[in-house]
Design a protein around this ligand. Structure first.
Ligand SMILES: Nc1ncnc2c1ncn2[C@@H]1O[C@H](COP(=O)(O)OP(=O)(O)OP(=O)(O)O)[C@@H](O)[C@H]1O
Ligand SMILES: [Mg+2]
Length: 888
């Protein structure tokens, strides 16, 4: 059900009782649209909100306010989601084909594979969810709601109380307050607003925030006629973010009735990250191969031997052997395990599992300055006039501005600069001013304005404007030379590490009813307020740590270039040339990418600049992270491969982040741990992909070649499947392995092209080893004119298992062992799994399971020859590994 879309035929009921959901929605749409008050009535609510009792009743009736896409998935749903994976889907098709030709053994093995893969995957995800659940409560989002406590008569007539409620407790009719940095908690209708601007990118794709305001006469010219729901300035939708201003609104739809639910997009829905793209790309190449294999095998057999459908089970088995069916499981397990460990040991929440890989691959981290590098506890160091003389009046003007912008906001958002100014000012004098209006701070204008009655003079109002130096000076009436002098003075203060705010005023006659940013002009400059904000203790160490890990850091700040550069120097990090965002505007895409790749500090960024820089870095091939805590960081958090938010970030930033650092306040070292975990996970995934894909490819090439040359099948379908099953099981060890230490020193990069070159090289080598065995078996064991197919099958089965074990050890553990020879002799999970695989390969044919699988014991001489083949293979493999390592 959708709010505010087209006429619904019925006029809103104006009764005071609560209307049915149908008319509940008519309350905000419909042909004859009601005023805000009528809308409230139709919802059975009033300006003072609902009574607690009524709210409780509605909660039972409408259910919790959680969009379906964000509800925790149940077991069956998770399992079904697993089936949507391309490999699983292809396997199922192959299973059906097998069943259709009554090849029951193959069908059963495939079903088992699919079931185990779905179960393991769902299990891994659930475990990670549980590990993070506790932390998630810690950073849960709340909404400010007006509710009336019950009086003695139980009528709920008492005065309303503004309460912080978990968002899921909201019901239609609740009156909520919105402030900058909040997530719109449900679909709401604005009843009052000041400077309210909301970002609806999740719905409209438009990253620029739109103005929202109440419209009391619905067909007033200010309302676009006949436009869609998103053009209605009085409706805000769940999942959008309040970026500036504030307001009061009534909830019109919750839970599955919201736009968000109808759009089927999670708040966190976003463009695929680098990892998703890689896995997707590789998967589709493989899926095509898989689908091509059975027809190829069938055609080859038909052409060479005139065989028909009887080779189908073999063809299917070969396709299954090529499938890395454990890929989704290993990927999910690696990521889920990493996320659980990170939650447990370092209190970081990974919202989107693939973000963990992107963290490991991240080579550039962009940060905002305040609250990340500095403590965000500024202290006023003084206030000066234009000549640099101490002037307490400047601070007093700034304080009046801070006080009334906070007081007149529907939901005052704590602002550290304002708090510092109020703490330093004389409070007694603040309240003597009579307020008229306020234009709250917004990060694009970089100004906040309060309008008060001019003290001691009737008939005039004073606009007090405070904000960034550039924004204020350009609105002051000043000769150019003077403006330049003031800019230079500000720059010298900034170079001392001070944060600066400029203050200016202007008087206007009282006749004016409302004020807009257009009134912020013709100002008289008053002076600067100087503030100090110390750098955090952990920042210097964290920056150093990031550099050691091969991650370069860029500071993207809205602050003055001088202040930003000084903060960097205080942290022992040479900023080089500081770019200002304005200069970026003039650059072409290519120049922009080059400029941002070089610069390490970009100052005076608007929220859009931050996002543009991040996007440019991504286009230049960097895997880019963004760490920010403010509402102005939201677009960049979304634009980055991985968005990181600290625990005390504003709700929208926390919700927009992929990774939330929920640990100790402002402890940046957690990022280092998160990167390590990411690199572990992606290192293991990379090793798994290399080993599995090259081994599978080798087997398939060998099997197809042998199939063409031999008068019988080189292996029975069941044997192919059993071997594949054992190999798959062994591969799970990769999820639990500790990768080589070099993996941790640099961002892990894994791209489809390198991967494909790697697997082709090693796959061909593997096929050569198999074919050597094939020759051996034909000449020596099977013998010219021999007819013991079982010996051939068994010989090849054992060889396959042993070469696979060898590949696991040499392509993975072997490299690690080579790196610190002698120090680390432990086998590790992959080593153990490989050993087990080898043992099964040798012993299975001899065990009671051998004969039912069509296997038999091998002549002693074969083992000696096999060892010779394996030794040669190992030498060739090691040589190729060395060559690859030199190339990297
Ligand atoms: N409450 C305020 N009133 C007036 N001006 C402000 C206020 N807060 C910030 N400013 C001005 O706007 C500039 C940009 O602030 P903003 O919060 O957008 O920066 P930011 O990108 O978050 O920077 P940082 O990296 O320091 O966190 C500040 O440098 C300051 O000059
Ligand atoms: Mg900030």
């Amino acid at each position: 059900m959708v709010v505010g879309q087209g006429p619904r035929g019925t006029t809103a009921s104006a009764s005071t009782t609560e209307a049915e959901p149908g008319s509940r929605l008519t309350a905000v749409s419909g042909a004859a649209e009601p005023t805000a008050l009528q809308a409230l009535r139709a919802l059975g609510s009033g300006p003072r909100g609902l009574s607690e009792q009524e709210a409780e009743r509605r909660l039972t009736r409408y259910g919790e306010n959680v969009p379906p896409s964000l509800r925790p998935l149940s077991w069956p749903r998770r399992l079904v989601r697993g089936l949507k994976d391309p490999f699983t889907a292809v396997l199922l098709v192959l299973g059906l084909v097998s069943a259709a030709v009554a090849s029951w053994g193959t069908a059963v093995v495939i079903t088992v594979l699919v079931a185990v893969s779905c179960l393991l995957r769902a299990g891994g995800e659930m475990r990670a969810d549980r590990a993070m659940a506790g932390l998630r409560d810690l950073v849960a989002t709340t909404a400010t709601v007006l509710r009336r406590p019950e009086d003695e008569s139980g009528a709920g007539g008492a005065a309303p109380v503004a309460r912080e409620l978990p968002v899921d407790q909201l019901v239609p009719g609740d009156v909520v307050q919105l402030g900058a940095g909040d997530l719109v908690p449900a679909d709401v209708r604005v009843m009052r607003g000041s400077g309210l601007r909301v970002r609806e990118a999740a719905f409209t794709g438009e990253s620029v925030a739109v103005k929202k305001y109440p419209v009391d006469a619905p067909h007033s010219p200010s309302q676009p006629e006949g436009a869609g729901a998103f053009d209605r300035p009085y409706l805000c939708f769940q999942g959008s973010s309040v970026v500036a201003g504030g307001g009061t609104a009534v909830v019109v739809a919750t839970g599955s009735d919201t736009r968000l639910a109808a759009a089927h997009t999670g708040i966190s829905a976003r463009a695929a990250g680098s990892f998703d793209r890689l896995v997707h790309g590789v998967s589709w190449i493989l899926v095509r191969f898989m689908l091509l294999t059975p027809p190829l095998v069938l055609m080859a057999n038909a052409a060479l031997r005139g065989q028909g459908l009887e080779t189908l089970p073999f063809a299917v088995a070969v396709a299954v052997a090529l499938t890395p069916e454990m890929l989704p499981v290993v990927v999910t397990t690696c990521l889920a395990r990493g996320a659980s460990l990170l939650a447990r040991d370092h209190r970081a929440i990974v919202r989107r599992l693939p973000a963990l890989h992107d963290l490991g691959a991240m080579d550039v981290l962009c940060l905002d300055k305040t609250g990340t590098l500095t403590q965000d506890r500024p202290l006023v160091g003084g206030s000066v006039d234009g000549m640099g003389r101490e002037d307490p009046e400047v601070l007093q003007w700034a304080a009046v501005n801070a006080w009334w912008t906070l007081q007149l906001a529907d939901l005052p958002v704590p602002d550290p600069l304002d708090e510092a100014i109020l703490a330093a000012a004389d409070e007694g004098e603040l309240v003597t001013c009579e307020p008229v209006a306020a234009l709250p701070f917004d990060p694009v204008r970089r100004l906040a304005t309060a309008v008060v009655r001019t003290p001691g003079r009737l008939g005039t109002n004073t606009l007090i404007v405070k904000g960034s130096i550039e924004a204020v000076l350009e609105r002051c009436v000043l000769p150019d030379a003077e403006r330049q002098r003031l800019n230079a003075r500000a720059a010298s203060h900034a170079a001392d590490g001070l944060r600066l705010l400029a203050v200016a005023t202007v008087e206007r006659p009282t006749g004016q009813r409302s004020y807009t940013p257009a009134d912020e002009r013709g100002l008289t400059f008053r002076g600067f307020v100087l503030l100090r904000d110390a750098v955090t203790d952990s920042a210097a160490a964290a920056l150093c740590d990031l550099a050691e890990r091969g991650v370069s850091v860029k500071v993207l700040t809205g602050d003055h270039p001088g202040t930003a550069a000084r903060a960097c120097r205080d942290l022992g990090f040479e900023p080089g040339e500081v770019l200002t965002a304005e200069r970026l505007d003039a650059l072409s895409e290519a120049d922009l990418a080059a400029a941002v790749s070089r610069a390490s500090v970009i100052a005076r960024c608007t929220p859009e600049h931050k996002a543009r820089v991040v996007s440019a870095l991504r286009r230049a091939g960097h895997t880019t992270g963004f760490l920010g805590d403010g509402v102005n960081d939201l677009p960049a958090l979304r634009a980055a491969d991985v968005g990181i938010g600290p625990r005390d970030a504003v709700p929208v930033a926390r919700e927009g982040a992929d990774v939330v650092l929920a640990g100790r306040e402002k402890d940046l070292t957690a990022i280092g741990h998160a990167i390590t975990t990411g690199r572990y996970a992606s290192g293991n995934i990379a090793a798994y992909l290399r080993v599995t894909l090259s081994s599978n490819l080798g087997n398939v090439i060998a099997m197809l070649t042998a199939g063409v040359l031999l008068p019988f099948l080189p292996m029975l379908p069941t044997q192919v499947l059993v071997q594949n099953l054992c190999f798959d099981a062994a591969q799970l060890a990769f999820a639990y392995d500790r990768p080589r230490p070099t993996v941790l020193r640099r961002p892990t990069t894994l791209n489809a092209r390198d991967l494909l070159t790697f697997i082709t090289r090693f796959g061909v080598l593997n096929a050569l080893a198999d074919l050597a065995t094939f020759g051996l078996l034909t000449l020596a064991v099977y013998g010219p004119g021999g007819d013991d197919e079982a010996v051939f099958h068994t010989g090849w089965f054992t060889e396959n298992m042993l070469t696979q074990a060898l590949v696991m050890v040499l392509l993975h553990t072997g490299r690690r062992a080579a790196e610190h020879r002698g120090r680390n002799r432990a086998l590790g999970p992959v080593g153990w799994a490989a050993a087990l695989l080898a043992v099964i390969g040798v012993l299975l044919p001899l065990s009671p399971f051998g004969p039912p699988l069509g296997m038999t014991s091998l002549p002693q001489a074969y083992y000696a020859q096999l060892i010779a083949v394996l030794a040669l293979y190992a030498v060739a493999l090691t040589a190729l590994v060395r060559r690859e390592a030199e190339h990297v």
